[in-house]
Ligand binder design. Structure first.
Ligand SMILES: Cc1ncc(COP(=O)(O)O)c(C=O)c1O
Length: 353
């Protein structure tokens, strides 16, 4: 059985938007577009025309890159949009539940709140290195649990859910919940993508983004991979023409071999800078703990987070302090070697202050 049956009944019946036909070498008098091509920008496709309803070449290229079938993937406006589409597709307001671990990426809760879905949070603990406990997740599930979001590597802790634990969760929840693995940071980690498990686990969905390792946060492009019948439903919910022509062209260029090789070199540099920063920051006596990370950021605990944040901001370095359960923890994104030096220099002057 497919997890498509867990979707909202009205979405299961929904058809994709019936867009005006687009055929090359024809005169298009069917879409109320302007016949006048603008001279703005330097694009391969005319901006007076709508983009493709779904960017097929990009879909093929991303599916190839991520290692799934073209029909198993939907291109989205960042993976944020994929989270929104999933919640809107699977959750009835006031009835269905989204399960997340905490601390984690806040957009799972945000989109659940927008949809009016219930949220169940399973805490992971600092003293346990934010270990994601599959048994605790299973115990927190109910018949209403439609989506289980697992962020791996997790933002903001950098924690991984090992493949064996993920398999256990997938098997034990079976067709009762969709398990969504958010792999925004997977390129920085040693753990392989869960996309390789799609064919074995029909309740698995995987989110990917071009915002992090590929360096295209400004282009707003991501993807969700999963069973073809679920992807068809998400496609029906997504706005037509979601990916704008400039974005499609920019991402097509970003996926050329030379660009990909440059992105891979950048990931290597960021990972080595991360390890260098972690070593250097470990020497400061106001740093109580640094958690291991498989992402392009890491979490530290300090004596006085607010003081450190103020001190760094005064020296033009912004860090992220979440407060709440994360108390005196601060998340540090790894920058360029020069950025990281500026951070270290700010921290050195804090030691002396
Ligand atoms: C875990 C996680 N998922 C998804 C996103 C959203 O990324 P995108 O830029 O693809 O919308 C972020 C952004 O910070 C993130 O940390």
């Amino acid at each position: 059985m497919s997890i498509a049956r867990l979707a909202r009944p009205e979405i299961r019946k929904l058809h994709a938007y019936d867009a005006a036909q687009q055929v090359d070498d024809t005169i298009r008098l069917n879409a109320n577009e302007s016949p006048v091509a603008s001279k703005v920008g330097n694009f391969r496709r005319p901006l007076n025309r709508y983009p493709e309803v779904r960017p097929r070449n990009l879909q093929r290229a991303l599916a190839r890159r991520f290692g799934c079938g073209t029909e198993q993937l939907l291109v989205t406006r960042g993976s944020s949009e994929a989270i929104d589409l999933l919640v809107r597709t699977f959750c009835r307001a006031g009835r269905d539940t989204v399960l997340t671990t905490t601390p984690s990426f806040s957009m799972y809760r945000h989109y659940a709140d927008v949809q009016g879905a219930n949220v169940v949070e399973v805490a992971t603990l600092a003293e346990d290195d934010f270990h994601i406990d599959v048994d605790a997740i299973l115990a927190a599930c109910s018949d209403a649990t439609r989506l289980i979001f697992i962020c791996s590597p997790n933002n903001p802790t950098g924690t991984i859910l090992p493949a064996a634990d993920l398999e256990r969760l997938l098997e034990l929840r079976g067709e009762r919940s969709a398990v969504v693995v958010d792999e925004a940071y997977v390129e920085f980690s040693r753990t392989p993508s869960a996309i390789g498990m799609l064919d074995k686990h029909p309740n698995l969905l995987v989110l990917r983004t071009l915002s992090k390792a590929l360096g295209f946060a400004g282009a707003r492009c991501g993807a969700v991979a999963g069973p073809t019948d679920v992807i068809r439903m998400l496609n029906a919910v997504q706005a037509p023409y979601a990916l704008a022509t400039p974005v499609v062209e920019c991402v097509e260029d970003a996926l050329q071999d030379e660009q990909l090789a440059a992105a891979e070199r950048a990931v290597e540099r960021i990972v080595s800078e991360r390890d260098r920063l972690i070593d250097a920051i470990g020497d400061f006596d106001f740093v109580r703990k640094i958690w291991p990370s498989e992402a392009n950021f890491f979490l530290i605990e300090v004596d006085d987070a607010e003081k450190l944040m103020r001190h760094c901001a005064d020296r033009k370095v912004l860090l992220r302090h979440f407060g709440g359960d994360l108390g005196n923890c601060i998340r540090i994104s790894v920058g360029s070697a020069a950025d990281n030096e500026q951070l270290l220099s700010a921290l050195r002057s804090l030691r002396g202050s």
